[in-house]
Design a protein around this ligand. Sequence first.
Ligand code: GUN
Ligand code: ZN
Length: 441
Amino acid sequence: MKTNQKNSKTSSAFKGSILHFLSDPEAETEGKGYEYFEDGLLFIEDGIVKSVGPFVELEKNLPKGTKITDYGDKLIMPGFIDTHLHYPQTDIIGSFGKKLLEWLEKYTFPVEGKFKDTDYANEVADFFLEELLRNGTTTAHVMCTVHKHSAEILFQKSLKKNLRMILGKVMMDRNAPEFLLDTPESGYNDSLELIEQWHEKQRLLYSVTPRFAITSTEEQLKKSAELLTTRKNLYLHTHLAENKDEIEFVAELFPWSKNYLDVYDKYGLVNDKSMFAHCVYLSKNEYRKMEETGASISFCPTSNLFLGSGLFDMDQSWQSNIKVGIGTDIGGGTSFSILKTLGEAYKVLQQKSQTLSPLRAFYLATLGGAKSLSLNDKIGNFESGKEADFVVLNFNATPLIERRLKNTADINERLFILMILGDDRSIEATHIMGEKVYAKA
Ligand code: GUN
Ligand code: ZN
């Protein structure tokens, strides 16, 4: 029987300067790797991008009655992607005086212990999601605590906001305070229940999360690999080669291992959906293994500087064709702002006599991040069919930035000023699947 279905698509359009990436702008040899429309239009239907291009060309073809929101001279970009952070560490950002292992003991484990209390977890989760959106971050890859409910709470709240988020309950069964330990069995069972309830529900995805090799026994690492086989498209999220003392401790705990990555590899945890945070100290063999398997790195510059961990080698990662995304690593990292994080990434690479062009930086924060999380078929740019998560950037957020921008020649220079001087004040609005969810007061 033929039904007379009414076309009830919700259309919206956004006018402004528009920038998005089609590939890595530095690696690109033929095109530029990006599209920039100084006077552009982004057309969205039912939360999905239909088209993007010059306003004068697209405006004529908009369906009758489409509301156009005019963002004037502001810059519309795909939402930022934070590839590694810890929501439970929101309240210990900027804790004084320690390096990784002592910082975990003194500040991190105690605050994660507070998540036993669901009221506290709820309150932090609310603040955390608001803070992401206030900073233009629309997708994040998040570590929760060992408590199953810490992930449940963040999943519930992300679902309500219709966010594309990847998260997981941390698993740790040794080398942490008793009150934060699970067991190989309980960690497996809790993770599996979370996977069954949340993985691929609406826009949510699950990441199997053994914290790092130091806090998991062999048994738990084996169980993590088992979890990865329970559903398609599951992620593996952990830390790797962040700090020299950490690496030494891993070598003591796994004396048979050839290197740190070898530990994860032995238990079947290295694949193209594995995201390894930090990777400051990788050997040639580890780079090779990452390349062979298609695993990704989260580069976390504010954390690596704050915890005195070391300087990430971006050039080596690029030469090895390893996918890299940007991570704030809250609370070892010191800012939720991806703009600030890009600025610090530039400074880290200056220390290594390497560089990060502004175009490549914003690629990393958008399409590059999406690629590192195998989500580039869904988010990361404004190709037709992508989910319409975007951020609106105000070039003139502070008197200093406004003044400095008068002395810039093109979009490249303007982007550089945004990443060096910009922060949450530069975020005018954040949209999730076309809907405005944050607007600067
Ligand atoms: N390695 C293991 N756990 C952590 C953590 O919480 N933060 C950072 N930066 N590194 C880690
Ligand atoms: Zn981390």
